[in-house]
Design a protein around this ligand. Structure first.
Ligand code: FE2
Length: 193
């Protein structure tokens, strides 16, 4: 397939944009971990990990400005990304994580699940002395059933992984763990971090 029309922004450029639009460490950590999970999911589906990674990295780019008015959430990010010349399929996935009507392809559906599982697994990692190092599917699954743990996580988007993107829960948690481990250093999720 000829894809000359596409231009994938390089990661350095993407991180500069991220630093420009966000100020909180917690936002940066969330974006980088969703990026890690999206890249790992792309490998699972034999898709383009660079494009999936960027969708993850950018999905909450405007959160610090739009959290008080979620109807604007992702639309402002989409405007910024268009100004930067980011490809429309990546922008579509950014829109899709917050607005169902944009969930039109595998990447734009998977981002909803990646968002939820990354949030959950970061919460799991943060209560462990070694953070994301040595995390196990079984203990994460146990925590998933504890409703009082990380109550802000959209658990339904994790439970529904098989129905929504065709990956069984244990495999999905394993992919998610690998995804956050792949960015552990940057995200401050190592025992040293
Ligand atoms: Fe998010």
């Amino acid at each position: 397939m000829v894809r000359l029309a596409f231009r994938v922004m390089d990661r350095e450029q993407a991180l500069r944009l991220l630093r420009d639009k966000t100020s909180k460490d917690v936002t940066v950590r969330h974006l980088i971990t969703v990026e890690g999970v999206m890249r790992r999911l792309a490998e699972h589906f034999e898709q383009d990990a660079d494009r999936w990674g960027l969708a993850g990295l950018f999905h909450d780019l405007d959160m610090e400005l739009t959290h008080a008015d979620l109807s604007r959430h992702a639309y402002l990010a989409a405007e910024w990304l268009r100004e930067e010349g980011v490809d429309e399929d990546i922008i579509n996935a950014v829109l899709a994580h917050a607005h169902e009507q944009y969930q039109t392809d595998l990447m734009s559906r998977a981002i909803v699940q990646a968002d939820a599982v990354a949030g959950f697994l970061v919460a799991c990692a943060l209560v462990r002395p070694t953070k994301s190092e040595g995390m196990k599917v079984s203990s994460c699954k146990k925590k998933l059933k504890e409703k009082s743990f990380a109550p802000g996580v959209e658990r339904e988007e994790i439970w529904s992984c098989e129905e929504k993107i065709g990956i069984a829960l244990d495999d999905f948690l394993a992919i998610g763990i690998e995804g956050i481990q792949s960015v552990a250093e940057e995200a401050g999720l190592t025992s040293a971090g």
